[in-house]
Design a protein around this ligand. Structure first.
Ligand SMILES: *Cc1c(COP(=O)(O)O)cnc(C)c1O
Length: 379
């Protein structure tokens, strides 16, 4: 543990080797399709520069982010060897910046397509683009009407090199949902309008597990890379990636009947030893997740409400807790991101992306611990 971690209130350990091993498993399942990596939202909160660099080194050649700025951060971190697609497309006037940084926009609307094309005409060069087709989620993408228009007038794609035809599944985490097959059929139908050489992509993490019919030429996993279960209800095939640990600020022995925390919602029903931890909802821990922490294999249940900067737990049955200044785990093999999500009434995606920037972070590669140079905590 580094000196900085020692004095941190809480720290997040991110196992890059586990992320790489998850990517390898998904690649194997998707073969012969290519396996890309979705690193939007700072790689679901875990650090896009570090995650993408590790995956590129392992052989990943295609990345997805949501915003132009995320693309710029990625280019700084991984150079220009890999393709980077920007899911939320081009904000007006940003075309030149996309070209300069070799970022490929995922075009969602007919207007955006026209703007990108007129920029290509002005620039006098062919510009790469990905087309997102809506096949039944009604969130983003060209409608079947837009696609019919493109089919009727090929000049609408003049000057553009269509690199990818993609769509997104609404219900991939429910394998039996009929929307999956409906979307697959609709995608095949719309896709046939475009040149064969444009590659196709339909599957997110869960979509990969729906079978080969959903793989197309390229799959786009995000969540599963970071250890979230892509097949809810079945055993998680992915490796766990994060450990979250918080420091014990204070230990206190209290008599039966002691009330604890805001609103006095917890009352000690015996003599108790309480431990106050240096983590709270301002760190991104959901206030609604009142679970447990772990020390070694011992479970220490939450006592009362989550505060902004602290959480009190019942340490009575943990005789071997070394005392103030020691660290206990909130995310660990005994309590996964998915466990906390289900307790808080949300999904693992939200837990990960909310984990704030207040933590000290350590990146684990093989047996080595490496601190990120780009993220230092001055508090
Ligand atoms: C976020 C996103 C993904 C990744 O989804 P996961 O469920 O995290 O694997 C793939 N495609 C699109 C269009 C997305 O927005």
């Amino acid at each position: 543990m580094s000196a900085q971690t020692m004095r941190a209130g809480a720290f997040l350990t991110i196992n890059l080797e586990a992320i790489v091993s998850n990517w390898r498993l998904l690649s194997k399942l998707a073969k012969p399709a290519e396996c890309a990596a979705v690193v939007k939202a700072d790689a679901y909160g875990l650090g896009a520069p570090e995650v993408a660099a590790a995956l590129q080194e392992a052989g990943c050649k295609t990345f997805f982010v949501a915003h132009l700025d995320e693309g710029l951060v990625l280019r700084k971190a991984i150079g220009f060897r890999s393709r980077v697609f920007v899911l939320n497309g081009t904000p007006p006037g940003a075309e030149a910046e996309f070209l300069r940084s070799v970022l490929i926009p995922v075009v969602n609307t007919a207007g955006e397509l026209a703007a990108w094309r007129s920029h290509a005409c002005e620039a006098g060069r062919s510009m790469p683009v990905a087309l997102h087709l809506d096949t039944g989620m009604a969130r983003l993408g060209l409608s079947s009407g837009d696609v019919a228009m493109l089919a009727g007038d090929p000049s609408l794609l003049e000057g553009l090199s269509v690199e990818l035809i993609m769509s997104h599944l609404a219900c991939a985490d429910e394998p039996a949902h009929r929307a999956n097959q409906q979307q697959r059929r609709e995608f095949a139908k719309l896709r046939s309008v475009f040149a064969k050489k444009a590659r196709s992509s339909l599957a997110n993490s869960s979509g990969i597990f729906l079978g080969q019919g959903f793989h197309g030429d390229l799959v786009r996993p995000g969540a599963a890379l970071y250890g979230i279960n892509p097949v809810p209800g079945a055993p998680n095939p992915m490796r766990q990636v994060v450990r979250l640990s918080a420091r014990v600020l204070q230990l206190r022995d209290v008599p039966t009947g002691t009330r604890v925390g805001y609103g006095h919602t917890f009352c000690a029903d015996r003599r108790m030893r309480l431990a106050t931890l240096s983590i709270g909802y301002a760190d991104g821990w959901p206030r609604t997740a009142t679970t447990s922490v772990f020390f070694g294999g011992t479970r220490l249940p939450f006592a009362g409400r989550v505060s902004m900067d602290s959480i009190v737990v019942d340490a009575t049955d943990c005789a071997d807790l070394p005392g103030e200044g020691s660290f206990v785990d909130l995310l660990c093999p005994e309590q996964t991101v998915d466990d906390v999500a289900s307790d808080a009434g949300t999904i693992g995606y939200e837990i990960l992306t909310r984990l704030g920037q207040r933590f000290s972070r350590e990146y684990q590669t093989h047996s080595m611990l490496r601190r990120s140079p780009t993220r230092s905590n001055s508090t």
